[in-house]
Design a protein around this ligand. Structure first.
Ligand code: HRO
Length: 286
């Protein structure tokens, strides 16, 4: 992610500046086309294109001028890379939080760490032994109650500041029927699915971790947020903040102001004056 892109998020109505994931060395990412909009969302296999973690440290004094939290997402190619990057970035005073990405679905030959509970536990232990800053993790979607419970047990043993649910739904396939060709090039056309397709899965992941995690771990919701009512649903499930992915790509940084105004409208119509009164208050049919 370039400095200009991060600055335009700084100037927008977003509540924070979150970089896309960085690695130890710069990467150009997977071959193009590697992103395609779909009728109800998107497919991507970007392959973590980024300038290398040192650049996101260099950008930090400039980005702090916008007066909002600056969060750097870390997605090292190896266990040791993650430890090195977290150690170095956590020493930079203008970075407020780190988000360790345990869920990039698009690296050839590399499993998503978040689907390996033992490996996640070992990585978190090591990372927290070197980290001097609040750190959260970004998780892949889970689909089985036993898996939620196994991951929650690991997470509840760590001093996590937050958990972000969910990363894209891994290894979907989207096709153009005229040319009979997969829409994106990397990995035989397989890529992470985002947008409306994943919203029910995202809400379920937020809800399940809200039920299972220690209350001092905040939950950040992401997946299919396009308007203020979507945010309201994530709040009900237990998110205290949200991230916007596909909608930001498709609409640009104006989406933050529009969605905030829409959320305000939903809250007013329903008689709420504070998000605190909404967070986690999902009702279940008796
Ligand atoms: O760069 C990517 O391919 C990518 C990453 Cl790191 C991620 O976390 N999630 C995603 O959908 N794509």
């Amino acid at each position: 992610m370039m400095l200009e892109e991060l600055e335009s998020i700084g100037k927008s109505k977003s509540g924070a500046i979150l970089s896309k994931s960085c690695t130890l060395e710069p990467r150009s990412g997977n071959p193009e086309p590697r992103y395609s909009a779909l009728p109800f969302g998107s497919i991507n296999s970007m392959g973590i294109p980024n300038l290398g973690y040192k650049k996101y440290a260099e950008f930090s004094p400039k980005l702090k001028q916008f007066g909002k939290p600056y969060i750097v997402s870390v997605s090292g190619m190896t266990f040791e890379d993650n430890v090195t990057i977290v150690k170095e970035l956590s020493a930079i005073s203008e970075i407020d939080f780190l988000e360790l990405n345990l869920s990039c679905p698009n690296l050839i030959g590399k499993p998503q760490v978040g689907y390996d509970f033992e490996q996640s536990k070992i990585l978190l232990e090591k990372v927290f032994s070197v980290c001097k800053k609040p750190l959260g993790i970004k998780l892949p979607p889970y689909f089985d109650f036993i898996h939620f419970e196994q991951m929650a047990t690991v997470l509840n043993q760590s001093p996590l500041a937050f958990v972000t649910c969910i990363n894209s739904l891994g290894n979907g396939l989207a096709i153009d029927i005229e040319s009979e060709t997969a829409l994106i090039k990397p990995k035989g056309g397989f890529g992470g699915i985002g947008g409306k397709y994943v919203k029910p899965t995202a809400l379920a992941n937020v809800r399940k971790f809200y039920e299972l995690l220690n209350k001092n771990i905040s939950i950040i919701g992401v997946g299919g947020i396009k308007n203020g009512s979507d945010v309201f649903e994530f709040l009900l499930c237990g998110s205290t903040a949200v991230q916007i992915g596909t909608t930001l790509v498709e609409e640009g940084v104006q989406c933050f102001e529009r969605i905030e105004n829409e959320l305000r409208g939903v809250m007013e119509r329903k008689g709420y004056s504070s998000v605190e009164d909404v967070i986690g208050k999902l009702k279940i049919k008796k």
